[in-house]
Design a protein around this ligand. Structure first.
Ligand code: SF4
Length: 429
């Protein structure tokens, strides 16, 4: 089965002519010293501007003094879907997941190397003005969000709400408060709730309380696939407080408390791990009864990894497909074959079966907590959160024939007589 391009035809978009991001290339920058007056949201606090209604990033001279639980930030896609911003998204009408990101003038106190919200950015951007997964996040009064969603009742376009915690001393208490504001007016059976947790400041009792308060799924953003990579990108390597051990402690608590199929972990692909590393972790999560939600590494502007290459699509597609086979098709990583670089060279499946799974297209859609369509179709479609629309990594919509030809080209599995012509899907713009 030809799933890895030969030396002569390797993807031109990988570093050094490779079709994967190797560990030695993916070295984060060292965080710079932050001026004293900018530390801990110093500029925002000293100006002390009172927020009035919705705050669009970069709109004001000075970012207002906004705090959760009264305020949360939402993605640009969610703001469009809610009717708070007017714009159009390439090939998708709306997002089905409403992510509520906690917000404070001090922002996140962690310093993860790939993240636009990281603490080192205090030097040049106030928290509410920072880009995150490639887009701006308007800050909106929580009451306004709840009222808009509650008014639509069962006709809401949202299939799920997700509270995204950050690393902050008030993160747990404000997550409880945001969840309570939501469930006071919105039935969690109508719009189920997920928690994207911040294990560093959490205890098992917090996980228990979130379950008792009506949340449906609990996820842990491991992000890095190995302990070494975790330390390099989220721990001591970048003066950040997270540890692999604590993240796993809370993940195991979530397994016990939320139960099978109701917990999971986020993994970013292409930060220097191998495909074998990632798929081994995916298998471990499945064997525990959970799921993996996957992101393709993209060099977020302003982050400590913004000088590094995005994940070559070859690597990304192989891992996307491998993850789908393990998570939803009963395949095991032990049945797959890998080369000396840890790349998948055989998915361990008859080509006919593999073809049917590729052609269904679901494996290449955004992964995340399920919505109302099917267990393997994520509510969280995060439109263009891990790639530009011109080179889609996670499809926020069902891939069409032209997309599947491109995906097959990236997998080096083109069907005879069905070649992909570079850029042909862009006529949809
Ligand atoms: S804890 Fe989360 S929000 Fe904070 S820097 Fe790390 S990835 Fe970003």
């Amino acid at each position: 089965m030809g799933c890895v391009k030969s030396e002569g035809t390797m993807s031109p978009n990988g570093p050094n002519g490779l079709d994967f991001n190797p560990a030695e290339v993916m070295e984060p920058r060292v965080p710079q010293v932050i001026p004293k007056d900018a530390k801990n949201g110093g500029r925002v606090k000293s100006a002390d501007v009172t927020p009035t209604g919705v705050y669009l990033p970069n709109d004001n001279y000075m970012t207002p003094n906004m705090q959760s639980p009264d305020y949360v930030q939402i993605s640009t896609a969610a703001a469009i879907t809610l009717g708070i911003m007017s714009a159009k998204m390439y090939r998708c009408s709306c997002t089905r997941c409403l992510n509520l990101l906690l917000t404070y003038p001090e922002g996140c106190r962690a310093n993860c190397a790939y993240c636009g919200l990281a603490r080192h950015r205090e030097a040049d951007r106030d928290y509410a003005d920072r880009n995150f997964i490639r887009v701006d996040w308007p800050a909106v009064p929580m009451e306004q969000i709840v009222d808009i969603v509650a008014e639509k009742g069962e006709h809401t376009p949202f299939h799920r709400m997700c509270i995204s915690m950050i690393t902050h001393p008030r993160s747990e208490d404000d997550t409880f408060a945001v969840l309570k504001k939501w469930t006071d007016k919105i039935d969690p059976d109508t719009v189920p709730v997920s928690i994207l947790s911040n294990p560093t400041t959490m205890q098992r009792a917090d996980v228990q309380k979130l379950h008792e308060m009506g949340s449906d799924i609990f996820t842990v953003s491991l992000d890095a696939a190995t302990p070494e990579l975790f330390d390099r990108t989220r721990g001591k390597g970048v003066q950040s407080p997270h540890t692999w051990k604590k993240y796993w402690e809370i993940l195991l608590d979530a397994r016990d408390i939320f139960g099978p199929q109701k917990f999971g972990a986020h993994i970013i692909v292409g930060m220097g791990e191998t495909e074998f590393d990632t798929l081994t972790l995916v298998q471990e999560l499945v064997d525990m009864g959970g799921h993996s939600h996957m992101f393709c590494f993209f060099p977020e502007k302003g982050s400590l990894m913004d000088h590094l290459p995005a994940t070559p699509r070859d690597q990304w597609r192989r891992v996307q497909l491998g993850r789908y086979l393990i998570d939803y098709c009963g395949q095991r990583v032990s049945n797959m074959k890998f080369d000396e670089h840890g790349r998948v060279v055989d998915f361990g499946m008859p080509q006919g079966e593999l073809d049917a799974i590729i052609d269904a297209g679901i494996a290449f859609r955004t992964s995340g907590c399920p919505g109302k369509f099917a267990d393997d179709i994520s509510a969280c479609d995060r439109p263009y959160g891990d790639s530009p629309p011109s080179d889609i990594a996670s499809y926020p919509f069902q891939p069409e024939a032209v997309d599947l030809r491109r995906i097959r080209y990236q997998l080096d599995m083109e069907k005879p007589g069905e070649p992909y012509e570079d850029g042909e899907e862009l006529e949809f713009i």
